[in-house]
Design a protein around this ligand. Sequence first.
Ligand SMILES: C[C@@](CO)(OP(=O)(O)O)[C@H](O)COP(=O)(O)OP(=O)(O)OC[C@H]1O[C@@H](n2ccc(N)nc2=O)[C@H](O)[C@@H]1O
Ligand SMILES: Nc1ncnc2c1ncn2[C@@H]1O[C@H](COP(=O)(O)OP(=O)(O)O)[C@@H](O)[C@H]1O
Length: 297
Amino acid sequence: MSVTVRVPAKVNVQLAVGGARPDGFHDLANVFLAVGLYDEVTAAPADGLTVTCAGPDAHQVPLDHSNLAARAALALAERHGRTADVHLHIAKDIPVAGGMAGGSADAAGALLACDALWGTGASRAELLDICAELGSDVPFSLVGGAALGTGRGELLTPLEVGGAFHWVFALADGGLSTPAVYREFDRLWEGRDVPVPEASPALVDALRTGDAAALAATVTNDLQPAALSLFPSLRATLAAGEAGGALAALVSGSGPTTAFLAKDAESAHSLADALRASGTCRAARVAASPAPGATLL
Ligand SMILES: C[C@@](CO)(OP(=O)(O)O)[C@H](O)COP(=O)(O)OP(=O)(O)OC[C@H]1O[C@@H](n2ccc(N)nc2=O)[C@H](O)[C@@H]1O
Ligand SMILES: Nc1ncnc2c1ncn2[C@@H]1O[C@H](COP(=O)(O)OP(=O)(O)O)[C@@H](O)[C@H]1O
């Protein structure tokens, strides 16, 4: 018997970043929106803990115990005083190291799958607690939808979404390391006071009313200058999306994936074609939001 969980990617429609904290993390006002690009994590009985991965980016995913899915299984097993006997298979469709929280999705998926396989019966609160230990983005991968993440992004307040938003994601050649992007953010702000991060009421309202034009007018990403500084060719991708009719163009989280908000599903498809034709990205993917969080199939 095996258990499969489907988990979405995310885009940050607002990523307000404060100054570095003494623990090295940054306080955030992080408005997450789950998008319909998914990884699937399957947990099957095994002796010991093994990980396999399939998909276009699979060769970039570690298969040892540093894999976030493996770490999730180990954390759950440890809490319940059992050995992590499980084979985890990741069917990976979320770009790796792309600022779309693919590793976090796999961690949340493995946690839910192992809980079901082992019958550990962890409460939602315990699962969220383990998620927060594994990474700042992991709790959101579990809950999906839309949420404001405060603290380092792990403290979630669900947000209402009043309609579908249509996105195009342009995949870049290569990845960006999240810690490197935060370090570049610190370097760019050196000697200046970083404002306290706060969620934008206009943006929260745009999500609530499902108004794409209003959302486009309010999206922001404070990590974007740092990502562009480390990956300057993303400017050409952003410009190509704007020329192709995007309502808004921004770097997704720490990048290097870029996100383009379209007026509707049809415009998203023509925008994806324009991005592919521009030669400024490795691939363009269409996806709608919001998407549900980690779900047992
Ligand atoms: C930037 C964001 C936006 O949602 O995601 P990505 O775009 O990378 O997916 C997140 O803040 C990434 O969250 P996540 O990838 O879970 O980061 P973690 O594993 O918790 O931390 C990795 C490293 O990122 C930096 N970090 C992360 C979160 C935070 N609030 N402040 C930080 O400074 C720290 O250097 C930390 O050591
Ligand atoms: N299950 C996993 N899937 C993808 N990457 C993983 C996984 N486990 C660990 N990693 C490592 O985490 C890094 C960041 O991956 P990912 O979560 O895809 O990107 P991001 O943090 O930009 O959203 C990868 O480069 C990889 O080395």
